[in-house]
Design a protein around this ligand. Structure first.
Ligand code: HEC
Length: 126
């Protein structure tokens, strides 16, 4: 017999995992606040490059392909599609995903912040 306690435990565990993998569940409004940390270097306006390349339509884009932006060799050759999964990994630890990249950013350690900023980019950087 499965005890009630056991059942509650399993449900909580399942919900926890579902939450972690449901990357699309980010909150774009909060993501806009998280994006304040990116703004010093990135714009979401097409063609507007700063210290970093424009993030216009970045979700689904191939890495290192913004015209007129001078990427590091590492990023130019990375050959990554910035889907939600790869963006999540890159924003967790940029140097682990693209060793030798030149993004001077340590990463977003909170799962929720990454989900939210990706949701923001999907919704607004279009
Ligand atoms: C201090 C400046 C700076 C900050 C802050 C910063 N970035 Fe970057 N970012 C860069 C630079 C520079 C590059 C280019 C890296 C290269 O060429 O190696 C880059 C590259 C990227 C790329 C790859 C783009 C492409 O065209 O392949 C993504 C995605 C990205 N940044 C997202 C973000 C997000 C999201 C944030 C905020 C959570 C952020 N960055 C914060 C400077 C920054």
């Amino acid at each position: 017999m499965i005890s009630f306690r056991m059942l509650v435990f399993v449900v909580i565990l399942t919900l926890g995992f579902a939450g972690r993998f449901a990357l699309a569940a980010g909150d774009a409004a909060n993501g806009e606040k998280v994006f304040n940390q990116c703004k010093v270097c990135h714009s979401i306006v097409e063609g507007k490059n700063g210290v970093g390349p424009s993030l216009f339509r970045v979700v689904g884009r191939k890495s290192g392909t913004v015209a007129g932006y001078k990427y590091s060799d590492a990023m130019a050759k990375a050959n990554i599609i910035w889907d939600e999964k790869n963006l999540d990994a890159y924003l967790t630890d940029p140097k682990a995903v693209v060793p030798g990249d030149k993004m001077p950013f340590a990463g977003l350690k909170k799962d929720q912040d990454r989900d939210d900023v990706i949701a923001f980019l999907k919704a607004k950087a279009q």
